[in-house]
Design a protein around this ligand. Structure first.
Ligand code: AMP
Ligand code: MG
Length: 445
């Protein structure tokens, strides 16, 4: 049984009144998403940790051909049943010799008695005073242990002249030096890369067991949303979040179940949740998660499942519902298009990766010199969108500028960007020329 930690701080406990008792001044002032500091908010790092503490790798595996295993998580340890390379072989084109034939000084002449090709070994034995022409990758003929590069030998008919500046055993790859029989090839939990597919092929493995693809259902909530291709009436907008989410999920290689748009009605939201929980391992919603009269996500999750609702001290972002309906994990993201993307990358993506069996690794970040002034008030961590480039004079130095207006609804700020500029909770803004912490999109997508 999973234990769900519920952090919920009533908003009405945070009522601010002024000492002046005029009517307008006595209106309550609860924290809102416009405030920078909200005492009921939790840290973004803490929110991620609370999520990662709960989710664990899916326990379902399947066997796939190695080509199909790219980007999938290995569900077994793989060890080798063969030596790689299988035979001691030459690392160079040249002459295979016996090391005791290397002269102590000056030169010596050996008789060339045959050729060893890659894939077509020389069958006989090479005796002292003899040598064989050998190609890169060819098995070393019996009696030889050293290869003299052809550039360091002189050929005269069937005679080969070699010098004293050769080392015993040089230019030879020993059987099993890459991977010995029984040696570990790859560990369970590894997300397979192109190099891994090659490595598996090099030890003769054609199929591997991988963690099953996650099934992720998602939908948008909101009466104002219309599908692309339809006409907009006053107050309506196109549903862009479903496309953004589709794109982010495709990149993660999960199985996608797009459940469309759910209207802002209690019964519709509840029915959609029940339906999605039957189909998927994870449900993601956007919108309807804050405190408006049409926001039913949190209360529905409370009714039919388990819920952690946090206001996370971040911008954009803030409201985030995380929980479970039966065995299906649930992420209720905010509605604003940039907030959806930031909360997805910060919380949902690490959780989905952990669910598919890979270990959480904090993304690599770099320091860059900020070439635009950035406004910010203390109280929450900010993920401003930026364009990161290498300095022209020094490729070890980076510089960054912000991508125009940074409102949480301005999706162009994400589209133009290649990184997040992360400004800490305490930061009071950045002057032109200050160094900032940058998270390149390449590190998270
Ligand atoms: P909500 O959290 O539902 O109040 O939504 C916050 C803002 O995000 C509102 O301006 C919504 O119109 C907008 N929004 C919500 N869902 C979407 C969506 N799927 N596509 C684009 N904008 C959305
Ligand atoms: Mg809404």
């Amino acid at each position: 049984m999973d234990i769900i930690l519920i952090i919920y701080i009533s908003e009405s406990t945070r009522t601010y009144m002024t000492s002046n008792n005029t009517k307008s001044d006595s209106i309550q002032h609860n924290p809102s998403c416009m405030d920078d500091f909200d005492p009921a908010s939790i840290d973004a790092k803490q929110a991620l940790q609370l999520i990662l503490n709960q989710v664990d790798s899916l326990n379902e595996k399947e066997e796939v051909e190695i080509r199909e295993a790219l980007n999938r998580t290995l569900a077994e340890n793989i060890s080798s049943t063969i030596d790689v390379p299988g035979h001691t072989n030459s690392a160079m084109d040249g002459y295979a010799i016996h090391s005791s034939d290397i002269p102590l000084e000056n030169t010596t002449t050996l008789i060339n008695i045959g050729t060893a090709w890659a894939g077509r070994p020389y069958k006989g034995e090479i005796k002292k005073g003899e040598c064989a022409r050998i190609m890169t990758g060819a098995a070393m003929p019996d009696g030889t242990d050293t290869v003299v590069m052809q550039e360091h030998a002189e050929l005269d008919g069937d005679k080969v002249l070699i010098g004293h500046a050769n080392q015993a055993g040089q230019n030879v790859r020993q059987a099993g030096e890459d991977i010995p029989v029984g040696g570990q090839v790859l560990n369970k939990g590894k997300v397979l890369t192109p190099a891994d597919l090659g490595l598996l092929a090099s030890v003769g493995i054609s199929k591997v067991s991988v963690v099953k693809k996650l099934r992720v259902a998602f939908f948008s909530t909101g009466d104002e949303l219309r599908p692309v291709g339809s006409q907009l009436e006053v107050g309506q907008i196109y549903d862009s979040n479903r496309y953004t989410l589709h794109g982010m999920l495709v990149r993660l290689g999960v199985e996608i179940i797009d459940l469309g748009v759910i209207e802002d009605k209690r019964e519709a939201v509840e029915q959609a949740f029940i339906n999605a929980a039957d189909k998927a391992n994870v449900i993601i919603t956007s919108g309807g998660v804050s405190v408006g009269d049409a926001d039913f996500v949190k209360e529905t999750l409370e009714k039919i499942g388990e819920v952690n609702f946090w206001k996370v001290a971040m911008k954009p972002g803030r409201p985030l519902a995380f929980g479970k309906i039966k065995n299906t994990w649930f992420f209720g993201l905010p509605g604003n298009p940039v907030s959806v993307m930031v909360t997805f990358y910060m919380f949902v993506q690490p959780a989905l990766k952990k669910l598919t069996g890979s270990k959480y690794q904090a993304p690599l970040m770099i320091r860059a010199n900020c070439q635009t002034k950035l406004r910010k008030r203390p109280g929450r961590v900010e993920y401003q969108r930026g364009i990161l480039t290498q300095s022209e004079n020094d490729p070890t130095q980076y510089k960054v500028i912000k991508t125009g207006a940074q409102g949480s609804g301005i999706l162009r700020s994400m589209s133009d960007a290649n990184c997040f500029i992360i400004l800490s909770m305490e930061s009071e803004g950045v002057e032109e020329g200050d160094n900032v912490q940058v998270l390149p999109f390449d590190a998270i997508i």
